[in-house]
Design a protein around this ligand. Structure first.
Ligand code: COS
Length: 386
């Protein structure tokens, strides 16, 4: 699956223009009011952004992974809250259904996801199960041809906006093989949301708890209709998500470099622009080199990802996706830190964009698997295969 190269290049130009003309000017609004304006959300729907990764047969644009990463790079060049509005529809919220869903599930859900009519969110994390995802406790008890769900999901991105969840719950015994993935409509009796979380950064993105108390769904709500497959579905979804997040990391690194270079050119000390000092140039140069290394890695691994069937997992590619996330998210942390350093005292003031980007990028090293989880996946695979 991929968009032909001519249409893709037109799409990329359109998205670049939309970012420059509509999103960048709205960054201060998002920071101040902690929300993405609704007129911008409507424009995102018209542009097809909610359906970037959904195949054309379900009403989406049908980008390949490497094309999606190029779009994610562009979206990284503005406040990360904008991407988050449709990020779960493009990635972790929808891809489990696309990879492992039944034909009926795909036909029912994906066209609404692609149009943006339905916001899908991904509910894996719990109060006692984060990195150790297979330890999740939310129970789904079989009752005739229904399941009854009880438990709490935590830090769920887009839950306050979601119309439905791809939600992992335990239908069997302990460990990964006891987990099933469900499609859970948000409006069901017994499902409620916690208070919206107050976060360090990424103002305008919304996360909260999802609490399930005797929520009933038909057995047909299990993705693919087969219990016990949900952990693998979640892992496959995260493999792709980690590449997407890596591309976003490179995009925001590029933006921070842009802000830092502009400041270094303008700001004068000791009678000249600070950019003329080699110690400032060294910081800019390190950031540029590292950003380029990260972006090359994303492009290479996303192309490899596209060579395998999208619903199949390949331990080598999973390992490479983890290498990419590890490198790119750590890289943008360093780039943001240097960005603040180049700005001096101004870098600590909210009016300058690097202050908020510094806070925003901190999350990239945490969600969709911490750096330490990526190290663990890479280490395990090396020991298995060498
Ligand atoms: N694709 C497909 N299947 C996978 C997979 C992948 N990427 N990774 C693991 N699996 C399969 C394994 O092959 C295994 O299947 P079998 O039992 O048939 O052999 C099963 O899933 C269990 O895998 P494993 O034994 O490796 O599970 P662990 O509990 O040891 O944990 C980690 C694996 C730590 C890698 C996993 O829990 C993880 O990624 N944690 C981080 C979760 C995360 O990213 N959370 C962020 C929240 S979402 S924003």
């Amino acid at each position: 699956m991929a968009l032909d190269s001519e249409s893709f290049s037109i799409l990329l130009d359109t998205i670049r223009r939309f970012i420059q003309e509509r999103l960048v000017p709205a960054e201060n609004h998002v920071e101040e009011y902690d929300e993405v304006p609704q007129d911008i959300v409507e424009e995102m729907k018209e542009l097809g952004l909610f359906g970037l990764s959904i195949p054309e047969e379900y009403g989406g644009i049908g980008l390949s992974m490497s094309q999606e990463c190029q779009v994610a790079f562009e979206l990284g060049r503005t406040a990360l809250a904008f991407r988050s509005v449709f990020g779960t529809n493009v990635g972790i919220g929808s891809q489990g259904i696309l990879m492992d869903g039944t034909p009926a599930q795909k036909h029912e859900i994906l066209p609404r996801v692609a149009s943006g009519e339905l916001i899908m969110s991904f509910a894996l994390t719990e109060p006692d199960a984060g990195s150790d995802a297979a330890a999740l406790k939310t129970r789904a008890e079989a009752d005739g041809d229904e399941y009854v769900l009880n438990g709490t999901k935590r830090f769920i991105t887009n839950a306050p906006r979601a119309g439905a969840f791809t939600l992992m719950a335990r239908t069997g015994g302990p460990g990964a093989s006891g987990v099933s993935a469900f499609i859970i409509p948000a409006a069901l009796p017994g499902l409620r949301l916690g208070k919206t979380d107050k976060k360090m950064g990424q103002r305008g993105t919304k996360t909260c708890d999802v609490i399930l108390e005797n929520v009933r769904v038909p057995a047909s709500a299990i993705i693919g209709g087969v219990p016990g497959q949900g952990f693998k579905t979640a892992m496959k979804v995260l493999d792709r998500g980690r590449l997407h997040i890596s591309a976003v990391s490179c995009g925001i690194a590029q933006r921070i470099l842009h802000e830092s270079t502009a400041y270094a050119r303008e700001r004068k000390q000791f009678g000249k622009a600070i950019g003329e000092f080699q110690l400032i140039q060294a910081m800019l140069a390190d950031s540029q080199a590292e950003m380029l290394a990260g972006w090359s890695l994303v492009q290479d691994v996303s192309r490899r990802f596209d060579l395998k069937p999208p619903h199949m997992s390949d331990p080598e590619i999973s390992m490479q996706a983890s290498c990419t996330k590890l490198f790119c998210t750590e890289m943008v942390g360093r780039v943001a830190d240097r960005g603040v350093q180049i700005h001096g005292g101004a870098g600590y003031i909210n009016e300058y964009k690097v202050e908020r980007f510094y806070r925003d990028v901190r999350l990239l090293r945490l969600y969709e698997g911490t750096t330490q989880i990526q190290q663990l996946i890479i280490g395990r695979e090396l020991l298995k295969s060498h």
